[in-house]
Design a protein around this ligand. Structure first.
Ligand SMILES: NC(=O)c1ccc[n+]([C@@H]2O[C@H](COP(=O)([O-])OP(=O)(O)OC[C@H]3O[C@@H](n4cnc5c(N)ncnc54)[C@H](O)[C@@H]3O)[C@@H](O)[C@H]2O)c1
Ligand SMILES: [Zn+2]
Length: 349
């Protein structure tokens, strides 16, 4: 199982891990935001490391950036006995992890996720890669980091939208864990997010990471139970793509939060999911994430985008649904009218 270390003293933890691994050189890989905001928290390890940066943003998770990263490693004499430390959100941990796994057929690397989404999702499970040919994560590899080091202290500089985006994946995990976890997640955020306790959030992050780790370890190649992590994502991905095409992109977690509400609506209709849990979740999501900016005229386009999703087969839409928090129903094929009712609910409830 992938080793994940939770710490409130990143500097000391990284020093210890580096000392244990005794590399011949250390490379820090970050983006234009995390190099400024997050590398200083690493303390003395930065002094002996070579820093490589990439421009921030999903648009740069591509071959061009990967090539520059590999060229810098090569020019700076990185060997298979060196250590690469990826410090950033999911873009940095995905691209940096992939680069480390192919440079000289594999250099050991650490993942230090600094966005909430990267902590609870991108850095757990060993998937790495880049976008290619207009498709997300089209090229990549399963390449687990030697260690993942998680500290909620990085989140103090993360903006509210990215914080909420990651929290949507935590809400999804809580629904997969069970009712008690779901209830704590619904109640946790203070009205004013500037009063958020990052120490308390750290406890929920550990629970979320344990959930993703349990599921990905049980089903590394996505044959069965790993599909439960797709809760909210069939519609979520379609909303994300539609709004991107329209020139009104939303962060992934916002689309997932809306997708989760729609999935719970369908779960009430088809799997006898408790309607009070749907009501409380939709109240939470609409209050924090607003409503998706769509009308009923968008339904055919959303349907077409959902059909395009690689997780569906033979022109039929497959959803991950729930019987109750903690109990999943995989590969359910809801009818188009039920999906449209769920979209009506999302727009009007
Ligand atoms: N490998 C996987 O299993 C997996 C799972 C989920 C998502 N992902 C990938 O993760 C990516 C999304 O991750 P993301 O949301 O972290 O995006 P991101 O890496 O683009 O980070 C979002 C923004 O936050 C900034 N940032 C990160 N940490 C910060 C901090 N502590 N303070 C201030 N700013 C900070 C980044 O510079 C960036 O501008 C996508 O490419 C997605 O495909 C991968
Ligand atoms: Zn997701």
């Amino acid at each position: 199982m992938q080793q994940i270390l939770f710490t409130d003293n990143v500097s000391a933890s990284v020093m210890q891990v580096v000392a244990d691994m005794a590399p011949d050189a250390v490379f820090l890989f970050a983006d234009s935001h995390t190099s400024r905001l997050c590398l200083p928290l690493l303390g003395p390890v930065s002094e002996r490391a070579k820093v490589i940066t990439m421009p921030a943003g999903e648009a740069n998770k591509n071959f061009e950036t990967l090539t520059s990263f590999l060229a810098e490693l090569s020019d700076s004499g990185c060997t298979r006995h060196s250590l690469i430390i990826n410090v950033g959100g999911g873009v940095v941990t995905d691209l940096g992890g992939f680069g480390a796994s192919i440079f000289k057929r594999g250099v050991p690397f650490l993942s230090i996720p600094t966005s909430l989404l990267a902590m609870v999702d991108a850095s757990v499970g060993g998937k790495t890669g880049i976008d290619f040919n207009g498709c997300k994560n089209e090229v990549g590899a399963f390449a687990p980091a030697s260690k993942v080091i998680i500290s909620s202290s990085f989140l103090q500089t993360l903006d509210v939208q990215n914080l909420l985006s990651g929290y949507a994946e935590m809400l999804k995990h809580s629904l997969l864990i069970g009712e008690e976890s779901w209830r704590r997640h619904i109640c946790f955020l203070p009205d004013d997010l500037s009063h958020l306790s990052f120490v308390d959030l750290g406890v929920l992050i550990q629970e979320s990471v344990a959930c993703k780790q349990r599921i990905t370890t049980a089903d590394p190649s996505e044959q069965g139970i790993r599909k439960s992590l797709n809760l909210g994502h069939t519609l979520g991905h379609a909303l994300e793509s539609l709004l991107l095409q329209r020139g009104h992109p939303v962060l992934h977690g916002y689309a997932v939060a809306w997708g989760v509400v729609a999935s719970l609506y369908i779960s009430v209709a088809l799997c006898d999911f408790p309607s009070d849990v749907l009501r409380a979740t939709s109240h939470f999501v609409l209050e924090r994430y607003g409503r998706p900016p769509i009308t009923c005229k968008d339904y055919p386009a959303l349907h077409a985008l959902m059909l395009h999703d690689k997780k569906n087969r033979a022109g039929r839409l497959r959803f991950t649904l729930l019987k109750r928090p903690g109990e999943v129903c995989l590969d359910v094929e809801p009818s188009t009218p039920i999906i449209e009712e769920a979209l009506d609910f999302l727009r009007e409830a």
